[in-house]
Design a protein around this ligand. Structure first.
Ligand code: ZN
Length: 90
C-alpha cells in the first residue's frame, strides 16, 4: 500500500544563518528522525533545518527531540531562494 505521507512547505524563515522549513502532515507520517515511530495526522509536524550547507530533517514531537537525519546538501535553488528572502528583508 502506498505511503500517504506528504510534506508541503508552508513556511520558511531565516534565523541568522539557519533556515527552517515547516512541513505539514497529510495523513500519518512515518518519522524519518526516529525510526519506527508513526505520527498521526494533526500531531507534531516535521521540519527541515538548513545549516552549514546541509539539510536536516527534524521532528517537533517530544519523543523525537534531539534526533535528526542528514538529507543532503542544500540545493543551489534553495540557497538562491534564501538569499532572495534575506535581500528582500533589508
Ligand atoms: Zn518524530
Amino acid at each position: 500500500m502506498a505511503d500517504k505521507t506528504e510534506a508541503q512547505i508552508v513556511n520558511a524563515c531565516a534565523e541568522s544563518a539557519v533556515y527552517y522549513i515547516e512541513c505539514k502532515n497529510q495523513g500519518d507520517r512515518h518519522c524519518l528522525a526516529n525510526k519506527g515511530v508513526v505520527h498521526k495526522q494533526g500531531d507534531e509536524t516535521a521540519y527541515l533545518e538548513c545549516s552549514d550547507g546541509r539539510v536536516w530533517y527534524r521532528c517537533n514531537a517530544k519523543q523525537c527531540a534531539g534526533k535528526r537525519v542528514d538529507i543532503g546538501n542544500i540545493p543551489a535553488s534553495a540557497s538562491a531562494f534564501f538569499q532572495e528572502m534575506q535581500d528582500s528583508a533589508k
